[in-house]
Ligand binder design. Structure first.
Ligand code: MF3
Ligand code: CO
Ligand code: CO
Length: 268
């Protein structure tokens, strides 16, 4: 039996609010992502914006996933270059040519909204830009599979098929997830796999699609802080994330904001 929550109209209305707030934090922080700024400074700016302007709570702060790992110590995740995800902000300045994922989750009215984008720091090499662009496109290729009656496996299959054409690989150890009154709830949505596998999508389900795509091989290792995953071969990694609602006819992206990047042209 499926344990996937079907959201009611009230849940959906609150999720629209939380998801929009998360996307608006990314709009807000984008002007500060420049060579010389530290990820701790970005963390503090986002924290203050979420708490003081949005009157919300940054879901990552003190988040516990596993009793063997210390609670997450910061309000946002900042994953630079070969960091795949859960990069912990620190005092090291970003430098010209870096790529950085900023992942924001905001908790408001009892609901979480979760979204992330890649940012280019100064002048970025063509291969690094291309990785960020193809990863963005792959997220949308996954989102396009969202409609009632489709399988969760269809999402992963579409993403994997798309990125492998470019010689990239899909990280297996982290996945998209249901999101709502719980930060990470069922189902787990892997970004690889076979069509027509897993559960069937139904109207009212809300989940994230957040492919992590490596320039080299897919394998990961953890940094000593136990949170941050990096590519084993030290190649670059990129990630984008939206929270998406299954509607009666298809999908609605909930993590929208005035300055969000446009849909790729080839997406309907
Ligand atoms: N926002 C991340 C995700 O997309 C989860 C971060 S958990 C944290 O699921 F504790 F590392 F912040
Ligand atoms: Co997520
Ligand atoms: Co996230």
């Amino acid at each position: 039996m499926s344990k996937i929550v079907i959201k009611n109209q009230k849940d959906i209305d609150y999720m629209r609010v939380s998801c929009k707030l998360a996307a608006e934090v990314l709009d807000y922080i984008s002007a500060f992502v420049k060579p010389g700024v530290s990820t701790n400074e970005l963390d503090e700016l986002c924290h203050d914006y979420i708490v003081n302007v949005q009157q919300a709570y940054p879901s990552p702060l003190n988040y516990v996933v596993d009793s063997n790992i210390p609670p997450y110590p910061k309000s946002i995740c900042t994953s630079v270059n070969s960091e795949i995800c859960h990069g912990i902000p620190n005092d090291k300045p970003l430098k010209n040519g870096d790529i950085v994922n900023i992942d924001i989750t905001v908790y408001k009215n009892g609901y979480h909204g979760d979204t992330s984008r890649m940012f280019l720091v100064g002048d970025v090499s063509l291969p690094a830009k291309r990785l960020c662009q193809i990863t963005y496109e792959s997220m949308w290729v996954g989102i396009e599979q969202v409609k009632p009656g489709n399988y969760f496996g269809d999402i992963g299959h579409a993403i994997e098929t798309y990125v492998t054409k470019f010689g990239y690989s899909v990280v297996h150890e982290f996945c998209g997830h249901g999101v709502g009154q719980v930060f990470h709830e069922e189902p787990q949505i892997v970004h690889y796999g076979k069509p027509k596998t897993g559960e069937i999508m139904r109207p009212g389900m809300i989940f994230t699609i957040e492919p992590m795509i490596n320039q080299g091989r897919r394998h990961i290792k953890f940094q000593p802080n136990r949170w941050t995953a990096v590519t084993k071969d030290r190649s670059l990694s990129a990630q984008w994330e939206h929270s998406v609602l299954v509607t009666d006819t298809g999908y609605e992206v909930l993590t929208v904001s005035p300055n969000m990047p446009l849909k790729p042209k080839f997406i309907g």
